[in-house]
Design a protein around this ligand. Structure first.
Ligand code: IMP
Ligand code: MG
Length: 399
Protein backbone atom coordinates (compact mmCIF):
# COMPACT_ATOMS: atom_id res chain seq x y z
CA UNK A 1 0.00 0.00 0.00
CA UNK A 2 1.77 3.09 -1.24
CA UNK A 3 0.98 6.75 -0.61
CA UNK A 4 0.98 8.68 -3.88
CA UNK A 5 1.17 12.23 -2.53
CA UNK A 6 3.00 13.90 0.38
CA UNK A 7 1.82 11.38 2.97
CA UNK A 8 -1.42 11.32 4.95
CA UNK A 9 -3.36 9.88 2.04
CA UNK A 10 -5.26 7.56 4.38
CA UNK A 11 -3.05 4.47 4.05
CA UNK A 12 -3.73 3.46 7.65
CA UNK A 13 -7.44 3.27 7.12
CA UNK A 14 -7.16 1.35 3.86
CA UNK A 15 -4.61 -1.10 5.31
CA UNK A 16 -6.88 -1.73 8.27
CA UNK A 17 -9.81 -2.26 5.91
CA UNK A 18 -7.95 -4.78 3.74
CA UNK A 19 -5.90 -6.49 6.45
CA UNK A 20 -8.57 -9.13 7.04
CA UNK A 21 -7.65 -10.80 3.76
CA UNK A 22 -3.98 -11.30 4.69
CA UNK A 23 -2.06 -13.49 7.12
CA UNK A 24 0.36 -10.75 8.12
CA UNK A 25 0.70 -6.99 7.88
CA UNK A 26 3.93 -5.09 8.07
CA UNK A 27 6.09 -2.07 7.40
CA UNK A 28 9.18 -1.87 5.22
CA UNK A 29 10.54 1.67 5.66
CA UNK A 30 10.30 4.91 7.62
CA UNK A 31 9.94 5.01 11.37
CA UNK A 32 7.85 6.70 14.00
CA UNK A 33 7.58 9.84 11.88
CA UNK A 34 4.54 8.08 10.40
CA UNK A 35 1.11 8.64 11.87
CA UNK A 36 -1.37 6.07 10.70
CA UNK A 37 -4.85 6.62 11.98
CA UNK A 38 -7.43 3.89 12.25
CA UNK A 39 -10.95 4.61 13.47
CA UNK A 40 -13.18 1.83 14.69
CA UNK A 41 -16.55 2.95 15.93
CA UNK A 42 -15.87 5.90 18.22
CA UNK A 43 -12.30 4.91 19.00
CA UNK A 44 -9.38 6.45 17.19
CA UNK A 45 -5.99 4.74 17.18
CA UNK A 46 -2.86 6.36 15.80
CA UNK A 47 0.10 4.11 15.14
CA UNK A 48 3.56 5.49 14.54
CA UNK A 49 5.51 2.28 14.37
CA UNK A 50 3.15 -0.67 14.54
CA UNK A 51 1.57 -1.71 11.24
CA UNK A 52 -2.00 -0.42 10.89
CA UNK A 53 -3.36 -3.96 10.81
CA UNK A 54 -2.39 -4.29 14.49
CA UNK A 55 -5.99 -4.23 15.60
CA UNK A 56 -7.04 -7.03 13.28
CA UNK A 57 -5.12 -9.64 15.25
CA UNK A 58 -2.76 -10.38 12.39
CA UNK A 59 0.86 -11.36 12.55
CA UNK A 60 2.83 -8.07 12.58
CA UNK A 61 6.15 -7.57 10.82
CA UNK A 62 8.59 -4.68 11.02
CA UNK A 63 11.09 -5.12 8.22
CA UNK A 64 14.81 -4.31 8.22
CA UNK A 65 14.30 -1.04 6.30
CA UNK A 66 12.43 0.54 9.22
CA UNK A 67 14.25 2.58 11.85
CA UNK A 68 12.88 1.64 15.25
CA UNK A 69 12.47 3.91 18.24
CA UNK A 70 12.24 1.41 21.10
CA UNK A 71 10.55 3.94 23.37
CA UNK A 72 7.70 4.41 20.87
CA UNK A 73 7.56 0.68 20.28
CA UNK A 74 7.13 -0.03 23.98
CA UNK A 75 4.37 2.59 24.30
CA UNK A 76 2.42 1.31 21.31
CA UNK A 77 2.72 -2.31 22.31
CA UNK A 78 1.31 -1.51 25.71
CA UNK A 79 -1.91 -0.42 23.98
CA UNK A 80 -2.40 -3.87 22.47
CA UNK A 81 -3.88 -6.89 24.17
CA UNK A 82 -1.25 -9.37 25.37
CA UNK A 83 -2.16 -11.98 22.75
CA UNK A 84 -1.70 -9.41 19.95
CA UNK A 85 1.60 -8.19 21.41
CA UNK A 86 3.22 -11.56 21.01
CA UNK A 87 2.43 -11.55 17.30
CA UNK A 88 5.06 -8.90 16.44
CA UNK A 89 8.47 -9.59 14.90
CA UNK A 90 11.06 -6.82 14.48
CA UNK A 91 13.92 -7.53 12.11
CA UNK A 92 17.28 -7.84 13.85
CA UNK A 93 18.81 -5.59 11.17
CA UNK A 94 16.59 -2.56 11.90
CA UNK A 95 18.50 0.54 12.93
CA UNK A 96 17.44 2.19 16.16
CA UNK A 97 16.55 5.79 16.93
CA UNK A 98 18.41 6.98 20.02
CA UNK A 99 17.33 9.93 22.22
CA UNK A 100 20.41 11.72 20.84
CA UNK A 101 19.11 11.30 17.27
CA UNK A 102 15.98 13.19 18.28
CA UNK A 103 18.08 15.95 19.82
CA UNK A 104 20.16 16.12 16.65
CA UNK A 105 17.01 16.32 14.52
CA UNK A 106 15.88 19.37 16.52
CA UNK A 107 19.29 20.98 16.35
CA UNK A 108 19.62 20.47 12.57
CA UNK A 109 16.22 22.03 12.06
CA UNK A 110 17.28 25.05 14.12
CA UNK A 111 20.44 25.29 12.00
CA UNK A 112 18.38 25.43 8.82
CA UNK A 113 16.36 28.36 10.15
CA UNK A 114 13.89 29.75 7.64
CA UNK A 115 14.53 26.90 5.21
CA UNK A 116 13.90 24.18 7.79
CA UNK A 117 12.38 20.99 6.44
CA UNK A 118 9.68 20.87 9.07
CA UNK A 119 10.58 17.35 10.15
CA UNK A 120 8.52 15.46 12.69
CA UNK A 121 11.53 15.70 15.06
CA UNK A 122 11.37 11.96 15.62
CA UNK A 123 15.10 11.55 14.92
CA UNK A 124 14.50 9.87 11.58
CA UNK A 125 17.06 11.81 9.51
CA UNK A 126 19.93 11.42 12.03
CA UNK A 127 19.19 7.72 12.54
CA UNK A 128 19.33 6.95 8.82
CA UNK A 129 22.40 9.17 8.44
CA UNK A 130 24.19 7.24 11.19
CA UNK A 131 23.23 4.03 9.46
CA UNK A 132 24.94 5.30 6.32
CA UNK A 133 27.95 6.23 8.46
CA UNK A 134 27.90 2.68 9.87
CA UNK A 135 27.59 4.03 13.39
CA UNK A 136 23.94 3.32 14.09
CA UNK A 137 23.14 0.55 16.58
CA UNK A 138 20.83 -2.12 15.19
CA UNK A 139 18.35 -4.28 17.06
CA UNK A 140 20.87 -7.14 17.05
CA UNK A 141 23.63 -4.85 18.39
CA UNK A 142 21.52 -3.86 21.33
CA UNK A 143 20.95 -7.50 22.12
CA UNK A 144 24.48 -8.75 21.43
CA UNK A 145 26.62 -5.74 22.35
CA UNK A 146 27.71 -2.56 20.61
CA UNK A 147 30.60 -0.10 20.65
CA UNK A 148 28.86 2.79 22.40
CA UNK A 149 32.15 4.64 22.84
CA UNK A 150 32.43 5.54 19.11
CA UNK A 151 28.82 6.57 18.92
CA UNK A 152 29.13 8.69 22.07
CA UNK A 153 32.23 10.35 20.65
CA UNK A 154 30.40 11.16 17.43
CA UNK A 155 27.48 12.70 19.33
CA UNK A 156 29.96 14.75 21.37
CA UNK A 157 31.59 16.04 18.19
CA UNK A 158 28.13 17.02 16.96
CA UNK A 159 27.52 18.89 20.23
CA UNK A 160 24.91 16.44 21.48
CA UNK A 161 25.27 15.10 25.01
CA UNK A 162 25.60 11.31 24.87
CA UNK A 163 24.54 10.92 28.52
CA UNK A 164 21.80 8.38 28.99
CA UNK A 165 22.71 6.28 25.97
CA UNK A 166 23.67 3.23 27.99
CA UNK A 167 20.58 3.48 30.19
CA UNK A 168 18.42 3.80 27.08
CA UNK A 169 20.06 0.68 25.63
CA UNK A 170 19.61 -1.24 28.90
CA UNK A 171 15.93 -0.34 29.02
CA UNK A 172 15.27 -1.51 25.46
CA UNK A 173 17.38 -4.68 25.36
CA UNK A 174 14.95 -7.13 26.88
CA UNK A 175 11.97 -6.08 24.74
CA UNK A 176 13.92 -6.05 21.49
CA UNK A 177 15.60 -9.36 22.31
CA UNK A 178 12.17 -10.93 22.61
CA UNK A 179 10.80 -9.46 19.36
CA UNK A 180 13.90 -9.73 17.19
CA UNK A 181 13.83 -12.04 14.18
CA UNK A 182 14.41 -12.40 10.45
CA UNK A 183 11.43 -10.74 8.77
CA UNK A 184 12.68 -11.44 5.22
CA UNK A 185 12.88 -15.16 5.94
CA UNK A 186 9.47 -15.06 7.62
CA UNK A 187 7.86 -13.46 4.54
CA UNK A 188 9.39 -16.12 2.28
CA UNK A 189 8.07 -18.75 4.67
CA UNK A 190 4.55 -17.28 4.66
CA UNK A 191 4.64 -17.28 0.87
CA UNK A 192 5.84 -20.87 0.63
CA UNK A 193 2.98 -21.97 2.85
CA UNK A 194 0.52 -20.29 0.46
CA UNK A 195 -0.10 -17.29 2.71
CA UNK A 196 0.05 -13.58 1.98
CA UNK A 197 1.17 -10.36 3.63
CA UNK A 198 0.25 -6.72 3.19
CA UNK A 199 2.91 -4.03 3.57
CA UNK A 200 2.12 -0.40 4.13
CA UNK A 201 4.35 2.39 2.99
CA UNK A 202 5.04 5.30 5.28
CA UNK A 203 4.92 8.91 4.11
CA UNK A 204 4.27 9.32 0.38
CA UNK A 205 5.92 9.11 -3.00
CA UNK A 206 6.73 12.83 -3.16
CA UNK A 207 8.61 12.56 0.15
CA UNK A 208 10.94 9.87 -1.22
CA UNK A 209 14.59 10.64 -0.48
CA UNK A 210 15.65 10.21 -4.10
CA UNK A 211 12.57 10.74 -6.26
CA UNK A 212 10.66 13.25 -4.14
CA UNK A 213 10.88 17.04 -3.79
CA UNK A 214 14.45 16.99 -2.39
CA UNK A 215 15.59 18.39 0.01
CA UNK A 216 12.04 18.69 1.41
CA UNK A 217 11.66 14.95 1.79
CA UNK A 218 12.03 12.30 4.44
CA UNK A 219 15.22 10.25 4.85
CA UNK A 220 13.94 7.00 3.42
CA UNK A 221 12.58 5.36 0.33
CA UNK A 222 8.83 5.46 0.14
CA UNK A 223 8.29 3.78 -3.22
CA UNK A 224 6.87 0.36 -4.04
CA UNK A 225 10.23 -0.65 -5.46
CA UNK A 226 11.71 -0.46 -1.97
CA UNK A 227 9.35 -3.07 -0.54
CA UNK A 228 11.61 -6.06 -1.40
CA UNK A 229 14.78 -4.19 -0.40
CA UNK A 230 13.33 -2.97 2.87
CA UNK A 231 12.15 -6.43 3.80
CA UNK A 232 14.99 -8.48 2.40
CA UNK A 233 12.94 -10.57 -0.02
CA UNK A 234 13.44 -11.18 -3.75
CA UNK A 235 11.70 -8.59 -5.99
CA UNK A 236 9.75 -11.40 -7.63
CA UNK A 237 7.89 -11.97 -4.34
CA UNK A 238 6.71 -8.40 -4.02
CA UNK A 239 3.43 -8.80 -5.89
CA UNK A 240 1.34 -5.81 -6.86
CA UNK A 241 0.98 -2.43 -5.25
CA UNK A 242 -2.13 -0.42 -4.60
CA UNK A 243 -1.76 3.36 -4.53
CA UNK A 244 -3.65 5.57 -2.09
CA UNK A 245 -4.54 9.13 -3.07
CA UNK A 246 -6.64 11.74 -1.36
CA UNK A 247 -9.24 13.57 -3.51
CA UNK A 248 -7.30 16.78 -2.83
CA UNK A 249 -3.71 17.36 -1.69
CA UNK A 250 -2.13 18.05 1.67
CA UNK A 251 1.40 18.54 2.84
CA UNK A 252 2.81 18.96 6.31
CA UNK A 253 6.22 20.56 6.71
CA UNK A 254 8.14 22.84 4.36
CA UNK A 255 8.79 22.63 0.65
CA UNK A 256 7.11 23.39 -2.67
CA UNK A 257 3.40 22.67 -3.11
CA UNK A 258 2.15 23.95 -6.49
CA UNK A 259 -1.60 23.52 -5.88
CA UNK A 260 -1.60 24.92 -2.34
CA UNK A 261 -4.53 27.21 -1.51
CA UNK A 262 -5.40 29.55 1.30
CA UNK A 263 -8.67 31.21 2.26
CA UNK A 264 -12.19 29.90 2.90
CA UNK A 265 -11.96 26.77 0.73
CA UNK A 266 -8.67 25.82 2.37
CA UNK A 267 -10.17 26.36 5.81
CA UNK A 268 -13.13 24.19 4.88
CA UNK A 269 -10.93 21.36 3.61
CA UNK A 270 -8.77 21.56 6.72
CA UNK A 271 -11.61 21.51 9.21
CA UNK A 272 -13.89 19.01 7.42
CA UNK A 273 -10.95 16.77 6.62
CA UNK A 274 -9.40 17.16 10.08
CA UNK A 275 -6.15 18.00 8.35
CA UNK A 276 -3.84 18.15 11.34
CA UNK A 277 -0.68 16.04 11.53
CA UNK A 278 -1.29 12.73 13.31
CA UNK A 279 2.27 12.76 14.69
CA UNK A 280 2.87 16.44 15.39
CA UNK A 281 -0.62 18.00 15.49
CA UNK A 282 0.51 20.67 13.03
CA UNK A 283 -2.17 22.07 10.66
CA UNK A 284 -1.56 20.51 7.26
CA UNK A 285 -1.19 22.72 4.21
CA UNK A 286 -4.03 21.98 1.80
CA UNK A 287 -4.66 22.35 -1.92
CA UNK A 288 -6.34 20.98 -5.01
CA UNK A 289 -5.68 17.63 -6.55
CA UNK A 290 -2.41 17.68 -8.50
CA UNK A 291 -2.63 15.31 -11.46
CA UNK A 292 0.85 16.22 -12.70
CA UNK A 293 2.33 14.95 -9.44
CA UNK A 294 -0.10 12.04 -9.23
CA UNK A 295 0.77 10.80 -12.73
CA UNK A 296 4.43 10.84 -11.75
CA UNK A 297 3.63 8.82 -8.62
CA UNK A 298 1.54 6.31 -10.55
CA UNK A 299 4.39 5.80 -13.00
CA UNK A 300 7.13 5.53 -10.36
CA UNK A 301 5.21 2.91 -8.42
CA UNK A 302 3.67 1.03 -11.36
CA UNK A 303 0.22 1.53 -9.87
CA UNK A 304 -2.72 -0.11 -11.60
CA UNK A 305 -5.13 -0.05 -8.66
CA UNK A 306 -6.08 2.97 -6.67
CA UNK A 307 -7.82 3.70 -3.38
CA UNK A 308 -9.37 7.16 -3.36
CA UNK A 309 -9.90 8.74 0.05
CA UNK A 310 -11.77 11.69 1.57
CA UNK A 311 -14.20 11.99 -1.31
CA UNK A 312 -16.84 13.09 1.21
CA UNK A 313 -14.68 16.02 2.35
CA UNK A 314 -14.10 17.29 -1.18
CA UNK A 315 -17.79 16.80 -1.96
CA UNK A 316 -18.81 19.14 0.82
CA UNK A 317 -16.60 21.88 -0.55
CA UNK A 318 -18.73 21.85 -3.69
CA UNK A 319 -16.03 23.00 -6.06
CA UNK A 320 -13.55 20.69 -7.79
CA UNK A 321 -10.30 21.63 -9.46
CA UNK A 322 -7.51 19.42 -10.73
CA UNK A 323 -4.11 20.66 -11.84
CA UNK A 324 -3.34 19.21 -15.28
CA UNK A 325 -0.16 21.13 -16.13
CA UNK A 326 2.38 23.53 -14.67
CA UNK A 327 3.18 26.85 -16.27
CA UNK A 328 6.72 28.15 -15.99
CA UNK A 329 8.41 30.99 -17.86
CA UNK A 330 5.76 31.03 -20.58
CA UNK A 331 5.63 27.33 -21.28
CA UNK A 332 3.36 24.56 -20.04
CA UNK A 333 4.46 21.12 -18.96
CA UNK A 334 2.86 18.11 -17.36
CA UNK A 335 6.16 16.41 -16.56
CA UNK A 336 6.68 16.48 -12.79
CA UNK A 337 10.24 15.20 -12.96
CA UNK A 338 11.42 18.04 -15.17
CA UNK A 339 9.55 20.59 -13.03
CA UNK A 340 11.23 19.46 -9.79
CA UNK A 341 14.12 21.89 -10.12
CA UNK A 342 11.78 24.90 -10.27
CA UNK A 343 8.71 23.56 -8.44
CA UNK A 344 8.38 26.60 -6.11
CA UNK A 345 7.95 28.84 -9.18
CA UNK A 346 5.40 26.95 -11.26
CA UNK A 347 1.81 28.13 -11.71
CA UNK A 348 -0.79 25.37 -11.76
CA UNK A 349 -3.08 25.10 -14.79
CA UNK A 350 -6.49 23.90 -13.60
CA UNK A 351 -9.23 21.83 -15.11
CA UNK A 352 -12.70 22.21 -13.53
CA UNK A 353 -14.61 19.44 -15.27
CA UNK A 354 -17.66 19.53 -12.96
CA UNK A 355 -19.04 20.83 -9.70
CA UNK A 356 -19.78 18.60 -6.76
CA UNK A 357 -23.13 18.44 -5.02
CA UNK A 358 -22.25 17.01 -1.62
CA UNK A 359 -24.64 14.08 -1.85
CA UNK A 360 -24.86 11.48 0.87
CA UNK A 361 -23.06 8.18 0.80
CA UNK A 362 -24.32 4.72 1.56
CA UNK A 363 -22.95 1.47 0.32
CA UNK A 364 -23.15 2.78 -3.23
CA UNK A 365 -21.14 5.51 -4.79
CA UNK A 366 -22.80 8.93 -4.76
CA UNK A 367 -23.15 10.99 -7.92
CA UNK A 368 -20.11 13.03 -6.86
CA UNK A 369 -18.10 9.92 -6.14
CA UNK A 370 -18.93 8.48 -9.55
CA UNK A 371 -17.86 11.67 -11.34
CA UNK A 372 -14.56 11.72 -9.49
CA UNK A 373 -13.84 8.06 -10.08
CA UNK A 374 -14.57 8.28 -13.81
CA UNK A 375 -12.45 11.41 -14.15
CA UNK A 376 -9.47 9.96 -12.28
CA UNK A 377 -9.59 6.66 -14.09
CA UNK A 378 -9.51 8.49 -17.42
CA UNK A 379 -6.74 10.88 -16.36
CA UNK A 380 -4.50 8.36 -14.62
CA UNK A 381 -5.32 5.29 -16.73
CA UNK A 382 -5.68 3.39 -13.49
CA UNK A 383 -8.57 1.52 -11.96
CA UNK A 384 -10.12 2.92 -8.79
CA UNK A 385 -10.85 -0.11 -6.61
CA UNK A 386 -11.75 1.47 -3.29
CA UNK A 387 -13.45 4.72 -2.33
CA UNK A 388 -13.30 5.96 1.24
CA UNK A 389 -15.92 8.47 2.37
CA UNK A 390 -15.30 8.74 6.09
CA UNK A 391 -12.73 7.78 8.65
CA UNK A 392 -14.52 4.72 10.01
CA UNK A 393 -13.62 1.33 8.67
CA UNK A 394 -17.19 0.80 7.45
CA UNK A 395 -17.21 3.91 5.26
CA UNK A 396 -15.50 2.22 2.36
CA UNK A 397 -16.93 1.24 -1.02
CA UNK A 398 -15.42 -1.53 -3.12
CA UNK A 399 -15.76 -1.03 -6.88
P1 IMP B 1 11.03 13.52 8.85
O1 IMP B 1 10.60 12.29 8.15
O2 IMP B 1 10.54 13.62 10.26
O3 IMP B 1 12.52 13.75 8.74
O4 IMP B 1 10.37 14.77 8.10
C1 IMP B 1 10.68 15.10 6.77
C2 IMP B 1 9.46 15.60 6.03
O5 IMP B 1 8.55 14.52 5.86
C3 IMP B 1 8.68 16.70 6.76
O6 IMP B 1 8.11 17.55 5.78
C4 IMP B 1 7.58 15.92 7.46
O7 IMP B 1 6.45 16.72 7.72
C5 IMP B 1 7.29 14.87 6.42
N1 IMP B 1 6.70 13.64 6.99
C6 IMP B 1 7.35 12.67 7.67
N2 IMP B 1 6.50 11.71 8.03
C7 IMP B 1 5.30 12.05 7.56
C8 IMP B 1 4.01 11.44 7.58
O8 IMP B 1 3.80 10.34 8.11
N3 IMP B 1 3.00 12.11 6.96
C9 IMP B 1 3.21 13.30 6.35
N4 IMP B 1 4.38 13.92 6.28
C10 IMP B 1 5.42 13.29 6.89
MG1 MG C 1 -0.17 10.30 8.49
Amino acid sequence: MIGLQWGDEGKGKIVDYLAGGFDAVGRFSGGSNAGHTVVIGRRKHTFHLLPSGALKGKELLIGAGVTVDPVVLRDELSLLRADLRSRLMVDARCSLVTPQDKELDRSLERMRGASSIGTTKRGIGPSYALRALRLSPRVSDLVDGFDYASLSELYRRLSVDPAGLIVWADESRELLGRLSGDVGARVVDIDEKGGSALFEGSQGTLLDLIHGSYPYVTSTHTLASYIPAGLGIPPSLAGKSMGVAKAYTTRVGGGPFPTEIEGPVAEKLRSLGNEYGATTGRPRRVGWLDLVALKYAVRLNGISELALTKVDVLSQVGEFKACVAYQHEGSESSDFQSALSHLPDVEPVYDSPFNLRGGTYGHRLSTDGRKLVDYLEAQLKTEVKLVSYGEERSKTIEL
